[in-house]
Design a binder for this molecule. Structure first.
Ligand code: ASP
Length: 328
């Protein structure tokens, strides 16, 4: 941000804070809808978690939460928009693990995940599965690994941009097999999946929330669960470790944020509604059906998220620095 833009943002922030009195915080949310920015394409994994959640959370908050999809640059464009939004509780962000990997991937990120947001709480954990187009010859991950080695030049790996979950998983995978593939970025894995199914790209490491339907329908080749244990909802898919590639493990956690300076009574109301939503049996059942797991209510709190986000930044920063990958 240049100096003028910084000044404008600072004046806007002071104005927003000044305009928001204690009484207004008490009245929040009233009947005004809340805009939840999802920094990826509609119909994708983050969108699915966000829509299932906000349908239930809206009832507990007492007003409608409306999703705004703003994909691009691995989720950083949408996150930046929320940093710059009015801090009045009517704009929030639903994002995933990318909040903890972006600081290492983007030298000019333009925001600090820990300093430029108020934490509301965690939402759900989603596993990842390496999938391929049905036309790919290998049927198992064990066979896929040597196939990749000999065909690397003609194979492509889709992702949702640098900083996305699919990017991180793909990065860990390529580093583990010491082979580089051509990566194809999309605004989310929803459009990427269309191209996988159509055969325009070959492979993708994706969240089960996006591919559950296709896995059940047998429309994709499910190569490996990218975590230590098999996914409860897809027990027939062996892990990468079981098939000779241990250590490639990612869990895609999701959380909710508000712009810095959003008044505490507002954050408390949002977090209370979130805690009720994650404990709701319908939300928990929907997540389980998609292979995911809603967090326990005690993780849907600002303190828990702050501690967790900070630990995740500390976990992923050295891994990404070691890989020497930068988005900018
Ligand atoms: N979460 C992204 C999406 O919703 C995908 C990803 O991060 O890989 O499309």
């Amino acid at each position: 941000m240049n100096r003028v833009a910084k000044l404008v943002a600072a004046v806007a922030a002071v104005g927003a804070m000044g305009a928001f009195s204690g009484a207004q915080a008490q009245e929040y949310p009233g009947s005004k809808p809340v805009s939840a920015v999802v920094p990826f394409a509609a119909g994708g994994p983050t969108d699915k978690v966000a829509r299932e959640l906000t349908m239930i959370m809206s009832k507990h908050l007492g007003t409608q939460i409306v999703i705004e999809n703003l994909g691009g640059a691995g989720g950083t464009i949408g996150a930046k928009k929320v940093v710059q939004a009015r801090n009045d509780g009517y704009t929030i962000l639903i994002h995933h693990i990318g909040m903890s990997t972006a600081p290492a991937l983007y030298r000019n990120l333009g925001f600090d995940p820990l300093k430029d947001f108020e934490m509301i709480g965690e939402i759900a954990d989603v596993p990842m599965v390496m999938v391929g187009n049905k036309q790919l010859p290998p049927n198992t991950f064990k066979d896929l690994l040597p196939y990749i080695k000999t065909n690397a030049a003609k194979l492509s790996l889709a992702n949702a941009g640098i900083g996305s979950a699919s990017h991180l998983c793909g990065l860990l995978f390529q580093s583990a097999i010491q082979t580089e593939l051509t990566t194809v970025p999309y605004k989310g894995t929803a459009p990427a999946l269309t191209d996988i199914l159509g055969g325009q790209v070959n492979l993708m490491c994706d969240q089960t929330t996006n591919i559950a339907g296709q896995l059940k329908a047998g429309a994709l080749k499910p190569y490996a669960a990218m975590q230590a244990r098999r996914v409860e909802a897809f027990k027939d898919i062996p892990t990468a470790g079981e098939q000779g590639l241990p250590g490639v493990e990612v869990k895609i956690w999701h959380a909710m944020y508000a712009p810095k300076g959003t008044p505490k009574p507002v954050i408390d109301k949002l977090s209370a509604a979130l805690q009720k939503a994650v404990a709701d049996p319908n939300f928990r059942a929907k997540m389980a059906e998609l292979g995911a797991e809603a967090v326990p209510a005690q993780r849907a709190t600002p303190d828990s998220l702050r501690t967790f986000l900070s630990a995740e930044i500390n976990k992923w920063t050295p891994v990404i620095k070691k890989a020497g990958v930068y988005a900018d």
